[in-house]
Design a protein around this ligand. Structure first.
Ligand code: PLP
Length: 428
């Protein structure tokens, strides 16, 4: 196994993460061991300053390349009130997939006019709630969405039609959505029907079209290719020009040493070049990043519960697949840092495993860690995307709290669940 330095490891965390002289890890100016003592473990720690800086970099980078274009946070990546509120404060809209995220976004103070409703199975209630709330754009994913809209709308409603472009990025099959066999969106012939039908309805305002080719796509080229394909598909059906082209999200992030995602600038350059040359001038481009906005700003802090040496060296922590399903669902690799001891030449290889009753609950296989004892703290970087989202109660796990840290200050924005929460819905 290749030896890594502590600096290599810390480079995966939000910038500014470092160690005190005694080896203690400091994130957003806060000692991780102090936070663990205050809030307990496992704990999802968000570097609020880095998150805000990331959102601003996206907005500024997009505005300079495509004036008037907008960043819309794909809120499925981290749906909690404080994150919605932060996005609202930073002036970005959000995409919501269904009535639950809609309710959360409203509670977080996001302007409904800056919301986009997604989903491949939206109910009457969800479409009705979005329409009543004044959601700016409802994305028609299928002809049943259109039936519902035609039946339910009582005032003007902006809509987009989601098209399956037939472009796939190199990513896990479960998070690839641009292929022609994807369950999302409509093939161009049916999209043409939907666009023409919606345009004929007196209260539906067809603003444009939407594509999203997948998630954790590390290269910029597939995004540019998707714009080219979209433009060709629309031209083939003589559709457009439209006021809005929503090009989705999907930019990948660096989870582990060898990941080399396109940087924000390279990604925006590729997309903006494609948009400038292939889309009508004056059209508004929307982007819907989820993972790339939030992933690197958070780390999960765990405490070591047991350390067992059989044929392998198992370091078992107090969390696992109840707070991070990315590993079991998508095979995503993460790295792990000891929170009070730097990675050094004496590090050994072990498996950091979760506490859940699945052999697949291995958070970090072949992890490199310094001497690790029961009671020590570990920090897994890049857990800001889809980890909180898919947190669950497997084996009675209490879903973890979220703590925002910034310049040495910290505050809990989501509390830890209690055993009473686990039984709160039980009626008998
Ligand atoms: C329609 C849509 N937009 C945006 C996103 C965000 O993707 P990512 O988090 O990879 O940026 C998703 C996620 O799957 C999506 O389904």
């Amino acid at each position: 196994m290749q030896m890594r330095t502590d600096a290599d490891l810390l480079s995966l965390f939000a910038p500014g993460t470092g160690r005190d002289d005694d080896g203690g890890l400091r994130i957003a100016g806060c000692r991780v061991d102090d936070l663990a003592a205050t809030y307990g473990t496992p704990l999802l720690l968000v570097d609020e300053g880095h998150l805000r800086a990331t959102v601003r970099a996206w907005q500024a980078g997009l505005e300079v390349r495509l004036p008037g274009a907008r960043v819309t946070f794909a809120s499925k990546a981290f749906p909690c009130t404080a994150i919605y509120r932060l996005m609202a404060e930073e002036g970005v809209g959000v995409d919501v997939a269904g009535g639950g995220e809609l309710a959360q976004a409203i509670a977080g103070g996001v302007d409904p006019a800056r919301m986009i409703l997604h989903g491949n199975a939206k109910s009457d209630a969800e479409i009705g709630a979005a329409h009543a709330a004044g959601v700016g754009l409802v994305v028609i994913d299928n002809l049943d969405d259109l039936d519902r809209l035609e039946r339910l709308v009582v005032h003007e409603q902006g809509v987009l039609v989601r098209i399956t472009p037939g472009v796939e990025g190199d990513t896990h099959a479960s998070i690839s959505t641009g292929g022609l066999d994807a369950k999302f969106g409509l093939p161009i012939d049916q999209a043409a029907v939907a666009l023409r039908r919606a345009a004929a309805h007196p209260l539906l305002r067809v603003d444009g079209v939407h594509i999203h080719i997948g998630s954790q796509i590390l290269e910029a080229a597939p995004f540019a290719a998707s714009v080219r394909t979209l433009a060709d598909l629309l031209a083939g059906e003589e559709l457009g020009p439209f006021a809005v082209y929503d090009l989705g999200g999907g930019l990948g992030v660096r989870y582990t040493y060898d990941d080399a995602p396109a940087g924000l600038d390279a990604y925006l350059d590729a997309l903006a070049d494609a948009a400038r040359t292939l889309l009508p001038s004056g059209a508004r481009v929307l982007l819907e990043p989820g993972r790339a906005l939030v992933a690197r700003s958070a780390a999960t802090i765990y405490r070591v519960v047991t350390h067992k040496r059989t044929g392998r060296d198992f370091v078992a922590i107090d969390g696992g697949m109840a707070d991070n399903l990315e590993v079991a669902l998508f095979g995503q690799r993460f790295e792990v840092a000891h929170a009070t001891r730097p990675l050094a030449a004496d590090a050994t290889v072990c498996d950091v495993v979760g506490r859940h009753c699945e052999s697949g609950d291995r958070l970090v296989e072949d992890a490199l860690l310094p001497e690790t004892l029961v009671g020590d703290l570990l920090a897994v970087p890049v857990t800001g995307a889809y980890c909180f989202t898919m947190a669950n109660n497997y084996n009675g796990a209490l879903r973890l709290p979220v703590v925002f840290a910034r310049d040495g200050e910290h505050r809990a924005v989501v509390r830890r669940e209690t055993h009473a929460d686990l039984m709160a819905r039980d009626l008998a």
